[in-house]
Design a protein around this ligand. Structure first.
Ligand code: NAP
Length: 290
């Protein structure tokens, strides 16, 4: 069992850190809003620290799940950042969804100190974090990954190294690109079914068994039918992710016309007040059009 720190106790980080403590690791948590760290210790035991550096000192592994590129920079190399406090040989595992560019910056900053760095964004949402069923897409050095993998397995359904530093984040971009067009297609299908006077339950019971079936269809059609969007990944986060995908595509030359369009549709949802609605709210935008 290892000394593990966890930085960022949000929707994802709070349960993930809990699984580490339950597995027998000695966990110290840090959260910017200290009340959440105190609540975590009350629920799970372990310790909390006042800064990322304090949490990271003496840890074998430091896991993070914060918000965006700037947030990652702050907890890694900002004032009281974790990297400067970590001992050579320790490993930083980043579960935040960020750009491959900031990942490689942090990898280099870690390497300067003899610290390992694995990019390890996740998929599976809040339910995946709570049920320890996350898909974890990793990038980094082979030996560093091999040491970090058993720690991540505590909350993983699948965990895999896809290549050097940044490869995990690039794979997460593929994941988000695939989801964007799919959710718009599902929204259009269900919207059409409503307009055609069909029963959504009946329709989905048949088509989910064939080529149109998807995780989004099986897990979201009922809440989409009820106009209920409180079930997972928020539109604001999705726009952050699609922004990363589109900026990366500008650099690597990939053509992402549907992703760019769906990003604009999510902008409309934000204007409707839906920044914190889940991503299946694309159907609400269609309903508002007629
Ligand atoms: P969240 O609930 O908003 O939590 C974000 C956490 O990061 C909070 O603990 C927040 O602290 C902390 N944080 C943000 N900026 C910080 C900073 N500059 N310094 C220190 N701490 C900071 O977000 P989440 O849903 O857990 O998502 C976290 C990451 O996972 C994001 O990159 C997201 O895209 C990704 N992700 C989320 C899901 C999902 O379904 N939610 C699925 C896959 C991937 P405070 O408590 O002080 O605000």
């Amino acid at each position: 069992m290892a000394k593990v720190s966890f930085l960022g106790l949000g929707v994802m980080g709070f349960p993930m850190a809990g699984h580490l403590q339950a597995a027998g690791h000695a966990v110290t948590v840090y959260n910017r809003t200290a009340a959440k760290a105190q609540a975590w210790v009350k629920q799970h035991g372990g310790h909390h620290a006042a800064t990322p550096a304090e949490a990271a000192r003496g840890a074998d592994f430091v896991m993070a799940c914060v918000g965006n590129d700037d947030d990652l920079r702050q907890v890694c190399i900002g004032e009281d950042g974790a990297l400067a406090a970590m001992a050579p040989g320790a490993i930083f595992v980043d579960h935040t969804t960020v750009s491959a560019k900031v990942t490689r910056e942090m990898y280099a900053a870690a390497q300067d100190r003899g610290v390992g760095f694995v990019d390890a964004p996740v998929s599976g949402g809040q339910a995946g974090a709570e049920n320890a069923q996350l898909g974890i897409m990793c990038g980094g050095d082979t030996d560093t990954y091999a040491k970090a993998e058993p720690v991540m397995q505590v909350y993983a359904k699948a965990c895999r190294r896809l290549g050097d530093s940044g490869a995990g984040q690039l794979t997460k971009m593929v994941n988000q690109i695939c989801i964007a067009g799919l959710v718009q297609g599902l929204s259009e299908g269900l919207h059409f079914a409503e307009k055609a006077g069909l029963d959504i339950e009946d329709v989905v019971s048949v088509i989910s068994q064939g080529a149109a079936g998807s995780w989004q269809m099986s897990n979201r059609y009922q809440t989409m039918a009820k106009d209920d969007y409180d079930f997972g990944f928020a539109v604001d986060w999705m726009r952050k992710d699609l922004g990363i995908c589109l900026a990366t595509a500008d650099e690597n030359g990939a053509s992402l016309p549907v992703t760019a369009l769906v990003d604009q549709f999510y902008k409309d949802v934000q204007k409707q007040g839906g920044g914190r609605w889940d991503t299946s709210s694309l159907i609400k935008r269609l309903r508002s059009l007629g």
